[in-house]
Design a protein around this ligand. Structure first.
Ligand SMILES: [Zn+2]
Length: 240
């Protein structure tokens, strides 16, 4: 069970005054620090302290089972958040799967071709392919006696993790004003901090993916650094 499951209240006017109040002129916008990296939004959370404890493997639970349960929860919660802002993520507002002014994620087709998709098409493709995987008993077995595939399961969950990270990165980059307008930033930050702490604990995160290129850093990478140094994600070296 997840404590993130509470659905944020939906606002009657999703693109209301908050985003306009904080809007900057074109020239400023390119250089300005994104809102999600500013106080108090960057540190808003449901949980004070760090996430190390809740990601630890419970006693007597198989690690693959634990990873599967958590992937399922991240999928459900991320899907709900995206559902709340989806009407603002359209072919015209988000023609590419962008996570920064010079960072666009490409979709890999079954023929291994890299193509540019609009963000809503990209995200729908991820969500429906992950839903299919979650319902596939040969990948995510739910019945007793069935085992997880030792070689392919870790590869599959790493792939899912990378795609979820991209969705977080797009929402932070393109839709944080809507998250603020829903007053959902403590929920969303807590979900993302949980996701990062879990990914780190079970080696599901590719650090290069979070940080991006030195020339094109990923915004959520800066948030990750901030949370790491404040001890939100794990116990600091000096702590007991
Ligand atoms: Zn979008």
């Amino acid at each position: 069970m997840s404590f993130f499951g509470r659905r944020p209240k939906r606002s009657p006017t999703p693109t209301g005054s908050l985003s306009r109040q904080n809007s900057l002129t074109e020239g400023d916008a390119a250089n300005a620090k994104p809102l999600y990296l500013c106080s108090p939004f960057a540190d808003a959370a449901l949980v004070n302290g760090n996430f190390k404890t809740i990601v630890m493997l419970p006693k007597y639970v198989d690690v693959m089972e634990w990873v599967a349960v958590n992937i399922h929860d991240f999928y459900t919660n991320l899907n709900e958040f995206y559902g709340c802002i989806a009407e603002c993520c359209t072919q015209s507002s988000c023609p590419t799967m962008s996570a920064g002014s010079s960072l666009n994620y490409l979709w890999t087709t079954p023929e291994r071709k890299q193509v540019s998709l609009s963000a809503p098409t990209y995200i729908d493709s991820v969500m429906s392919s992950v839903q299919n995987l979650l319902e596939d008993e040969s990948v995510f077995p739910t019945k007793s006696g069935q085992e997880f595939h030792k070689e392919s399961f870790p590869v599959t969950v790493k792939h899912i993790y990378r795609q979820f990270l991209r969705i977080f990165a797009h929402i932070y980059h393109a839709h944080f004003p809507q998250i603020l307008h829903l007053r959902a930033e403590p929920h969303f930050n807590s979900l993302f901090a949980h996701f990062l702490a879990f990914g780190r604990e079970y080696q599901l995160l590719d650090e290069k993916d979070i940080r991006g290129d030195p020339n094109a850093p990923v915004g959520v990478g800066l948030l990750w650094e901030r949370w790491k140094s404040s001890g939100k994600l794990e116990k600091g070296a000096g702590e007991a």
